[in-house]
Design a protein around this ligand. Structure first.
Ligand code: UD1
Ligand code: CA
Length: 454
């Protein structure tokens, strides 16, 4: 059965007090709207249509062809929003309807709603939640046997309906053809003069179709973001969920309160994450690693038994047994091999570093290929940029780079070669040779004594 997904995101989000579209505000490394998109994909809904309105161009630009878009110019209600995507809805199959501002919805919850819908051969199924304070939400009205009757909005509810604690979470699955039919019958005869999507349920019920509400196991799943406070609350819940998943998997989080790991990160067991770390993107960390406090790691693949201390790593590989930091900066497109030491105040960019190499302190390596077991003295600089172009330098296996060497790219230091401390190397240093490129020292004997006598 083909399942398509519709995501409503035309709202202004006034309470965010932002120049940016509400659904593009982030929880960890992803925009709010990306979470329902991921949940939809989890249940097999590959075709996603996002209904945009206010700041819609920005949403399209950010998400690109991950979705198609329908424009709702005027916000005349949730039902009206769905009508704008009528061409996207097929005459068969299912349509999931989600909100762009509810990032805590999970694939598992949607799966539960979908299987309930299919098993009962429903025309429509809505996700509900039972909450202590239902104020503001639409209420699920049931008959004395518990059968679904309708959803009534807060503003349209009478006193007894207002007491109902089962609320509409705002996520639905419809039989596609029935949804189209019900939309064609919608009116706006209500307190707000809006076309309520929720009224489609009553319409289908009155035509003899099965409609029901299924409560989410976790009421947090339907929490929406309307303000910066709610953005922080949702981030907190997301953090707790992600962190407990890693702890269940055998990862030690020294201070889970202060550890920020985004949803797609994978971490091996017996790895220890110290306080204040931010780990984002498609990062994969091996087993037995120590990720030291205040490290920021994004889109990195880190092997087993790696230690990172208070460092920043982006879009790079770090292989088994390597030590990075404190205070190292590993910039995109670097591949740092096994059992390497990258020490303090070292910056590496777009470079490969061979196994066993030591870059202990105060060094910049940009656009370079470094072999195995190379030793860098303190203060080496690969001079990769002439103000116009960048060039690549090669340092072969077992080379020894003396302290304070400048390697003016492009240049080659061949296998086993040395550079003398303080050299500015501009041409190839041949295999097993010493490159020395600095002024010879001259001593002026008794110069100080004579000066003092004057
Ligand atoms: C809606 C439901 C309510 C439910 C609640 C859950 C209706 C009539 N009511 O109420 O039963 O308990 O969600 O949060 O559906 N949107 C558009 N275009 C519009 C109107 C809304 O795209 O014309 C989008 C908004 O951007 C938002 C979502 O739909 O993402 C919900 O809209 P909102 O106005 O917050 O609906 P509620 O009145 O809260
Ligand atoms: Ca709302």
């Amino acid at each position: 059965m083909k399942t398509k997904a519709l995501i409503l995101a035309a709202g202004q989000g006034t309470r965010m007090k932002s120049n940016q579209s509400k659904v593009l505000h982030k929880v960890f490394d992803k925009a709010l709207v990306e979470y329902p998109m991921l949940a939809a994909k989890h249940v097999g809904a590959k075709d996603i249509c996002i209904i945009v309105g206010y700041l819609g161009e920005e949403v399209k630009k950010t998400l690109g062809d991950a979705a198609v878009y329908a424009l709702q110019e005027q916000q005349l209600g949730t039902g009206h929003a769905v009508m704008q995507a009528i061409d996207f809805i097929d005459d068969e199959g299912e349509v999931l309807i989600l909100y762009g501002d509810t990032p805590l919805i999970t694939g598992e919850t949607l799966e539960k709603m979908l299987s309930f819908h299919r098993e009962n051969q429903n025309g429509a199924t809505v996700l509900s939640a039972v909450i202590e304070d239902p104020t503001g939400y639409g209420r699920i009205v049931r008959d004395e046997k518990g059968g679904f009757l309708k959803i009534v909005e807060q503003k349209d509810a009478d006193e007894s309906e207002k007491k109902i604690k089962e609320i509409n979470g705002g996520m639905y699955v419809f039989d596609a053809a029935l949804l189209k039919y019900a939309l064609s019958k919608l009116t706006n005869n209500n307190v707000q003069n809006e076309y309520y999507l929720t009224d489609t349920l009553e319409i289908l019920l009155s035509k003899g179709h099965r409609v029901d509400a299924v409560p989410a196991d976790n009421a947090d799943d339907i929490l929406g973001v309307n303000s910066r406070q709610q953005l922080a609350e949702v981030t907190e819940i997301m953090k707790r969920r992600i962190n407990s998943k890693h702890m269940v998997n055998g990862v030690t989080l020294v201070d889970p309160q202060n550890t920020y790991i985004s949803s797609s990160v994978i971490i091996g067991k017996d790895t220890i994450i110290e306080p204040g770390c931010m780990i984002e993107g498609n990062t994969k960390i091996g087993e037995g690693c120590i990720i030291g406090y205040h490290s920021k790691i994004k889109n990195a693949e880190i092997g087993n038994n790696v230690t990172i201390e208070i460092s920043v790593i982006t879009d790079s590989f770090i292989d088994e047994g390597t030590h990075v930091g404190p205070f190292a900066y590993i910039r995109p497109n670097s591949h740092i091999g096994k059992h390497i030491k990258v020490g303090d105040f070292v910056e590496i960019k777009n470079a490969t570093i061979g196994d066993g190499t030591k870059i202990s302190h105060l060094t910049y390596i940009g656009d370079a290929d470094v072999g195995k077991n190379v030793n860098f003295g303190c203060g080496t600089v690969v001079v990769n940029y002439d103000g116009e172009k960048k060039y690549r330098t090669t340092i072969e296996d077992n080379a020894f780079i003396g302290c304070n060497t400048n390697l003016v790219s492009p240049v080659i230091v061949e296998e086993g070669a040395y550079t003398a401390a303080g050299s500015t190397i501009t041409k190839t240093v041949p295999k097993n040779s010493l490159g020395i490129a600095r002024a010879r020292q001259e001593n002026k004997e008794e110069w100080v004594t004579k000066k003092r006598k004057k």
